[in-house]
Design a protein around this ligand. Structure first.
Ligand SMILES: [Zn+2]
Length: 509
């Protein structure tokens, strides 16, 4: 025997001892649980810390085993087989257990080997269908249910190999059906459930590909049949209440409102509340939203149905409503539109560098001139949004304004955007734009000292201060639909009041 081979062998023993140590540890830990759980009346909370006696016993067993192996090297193969067969019945479980041992036996994702044996001994629903009447025979000849978890680097071939299926089985599965190829698109952590018939051949294969979808391949008289089971989630309404301590996102997260719903809420109230500047500690929100549930598990969220935001003592309400024509929008609880005809600021994340004034010294012309708009300084290339829906009167050069867009909104209003670097795709004279649509980018074209947007607002041909302008409201609920709206709005508002009262009462206790 060469020294290299000896080294290999020694290394193998060390690995094997480690494995045995982990196994013994799990074994003793399991016994501890089994013995202690029924004796205590309290439900188990966190897993108990391993007592010293555990560690001692586990290391003792491991030490003894490794010693035995070192002393009787020729019994290696035999020893391996017998010890494993005592605790684990099949190669799958062996492999699973090895993996688990390496993962430090994570309690949640990897149940104890004994629990697995319990499971496989108990025929599952699927196994029961194909199982022959129970005969007291050995495990080898019984149909069995196997579970393999996809680890990094696993393919269908490696997983099949783990349960003892030949490579040809993979080809049979993939060739069975076009959709069966989905079984080869494995995700890390995905669980593949495999039923083997009494000859150890593949009887069926199924896997949950998402919370709502299971794919299944079943062997029949005419080969494999593929089918997909899709669970339709039940939509229910959920409630959250939050109080702002530091930031909106932190408070929302603490309250249990996810990022996407938080963004929705900010956008619903975005016409009234400037979420970048107006938020204060102590601001509160209540939200009733759609929650999608399948098999008792929350699998997603839908729309916000109603919300209330209290900003610096002032409360704003929002109710989602779909009118008879099928258009959905948010309205205040009393039926006014949340969506205003104009958005406050055509540039996000900009600094007001010059306000509207009757007279100021022009920085380039060096003369006293009225500044008939508001300047927003922002980095070159920052998007500029249309303040409202409208028709583009101009998208081109206009003297000292440089690249300019002028939009006509309805009959009375016009907005102007100057010094743009360029226009957004599709924005051209004679075209139309939607509120919030990007029309161009911050630049410094025309008579300009640095990158900024010069923004003007006209009402019936007269320049007004866009910051001082009382922004007009979009259409409220139509009179004909008012009753219908209130029938939906009132219970939603009442629910928020009720839920909040319950919540506050329970937190005072
Ligand atoms: Zn200006």
């Amino acid at each position: 025997m060469t020294s290299a081979r000896l080294l290999w062998k020694g290394f193998g023993y060390i690995l094997y001892s480690y494995f045995i140590f982990i196994m013994s540890f799990i074994f003793i830990h399991f016994i501890f649980f089994k013995v202690n759980l029924p004796m205590t009346n309290e439900p188990p909370k966190a897993p108990p810390l391993y007592p010293k006696s555990h560690l001692l016993a586990a290391s003792g067993i491991a030490a003894l085993l490794s010693l035995a192996l070192l002393v009787f090297p020729s019994s290696e193969v035999e020893a391996k087989k017998t010890t494993l067969n005592l605790e684990l019945e099949t190669p799958v479980e062996q492999l699973k257990q090895q993996e688990n041992a390496h993962q430090q036996a994570n309690e949640e994702s990897a149940p104890s080997p004994f629990a697995q044996i319990d499971n496989s001994a108990e025929p599952t629903e699927e196994a029961a269908k194909t199982a022959t009447p129970a005969t007291p025979s050995t495990a080898k000849t019984e149909p069995s249910h196997r579970e393999v978890t996809v680890a990094r680097g696993d393919t269908l071939s490696t997983l099949f190999a783990k349960v003892g299926l030949p490579a040809t089985a993979v080809h049979e599965v993939l060739a069975a059906n076009k959709q069966a190829k989905q079984f080869s698109q494995l995700k890390h952590g995905q669980v593949l459930e495999i039923e083997l018939d009494k000859d150890g051949q593949l009887a069926s294969l199924h896997s949950k590909v998402s919370d709502l979808e299971t794919i299944r391949l079943t062997k029949g008289a005419n080969g494999y049949a593929f089918n997909r089971e899709v669970t339709k989630p039940v939509v229910r309404s959920a409630y959250v209440h939050g109080v702002i301590k530091s930031s909106l996102s932190a408070s929302a997260q603490r309250a249990g409102l996810n990022h996407s719903l938080t963004m929705d809420m900010a956008s619903i109230f975005g016409y009234d509340i400037d979420f970048a500047q107006d938020i204060r500690q102590g601001d509160e929100f209540d939200v009733v939203y759609e929650q999608k549930v399948a098999n008792g598990k929350v699998v997603g969220n839908g729309n916000i149905l109603s919300a209330r935001f209290t900003n610096r003592g002032k409360s704003y309400t929002a109710v989602r409503y779909t009118n008879k024509a099928g258009n959905t929008s948010y309205y205040t609880a009393d039926g006014n539109s949340m969506r205003k005809a104009f958005i406050r600021t055509p540039v996000d994340f900009a600094r007001i560098s010059s306000r509207f004034s009757a007279g100021r010294k022009h920085p380039i012309l060096n003369k006293i001139r009225a500044h008939k708009g508001v300047d927003y300084a922002a980095p070159r290339g920052t998007p500029i949004k249309a303040a409202g829906d409208g028709k583009v009167l101009l998208a081109g050069r206009r003297g000292g304004y440089g690249n300019t867009v002028i939009i006509q909104h309805g009959n009375s209003y016009q907005t102007l955007y100057g010094h743009m670097q360029g226009f957004a795709k599709g924005v051209k004279t004679g075209g139309s734009v939607k509120q919030g649509q990007i029309i161009g980018y911050i630049g410094t074209t025309g008579l300009s000292t640095g990158p900024h947007l010069h923004y003007e607002f006209q009402v019936n041909g007269v320049h007004v201060d866009p910051l001082g302008q009382k922004l007009p409201m979009a259409d409220p609920i139509a009179k004909a639909e008012r009753q219908r709206f209130m029938q939906q709005s009132q219970p939603l508002m009442a629910r928020m009041d009720q839920e909040k009262a319950t919540l506050l009462a329970s937190s005072k206790r």
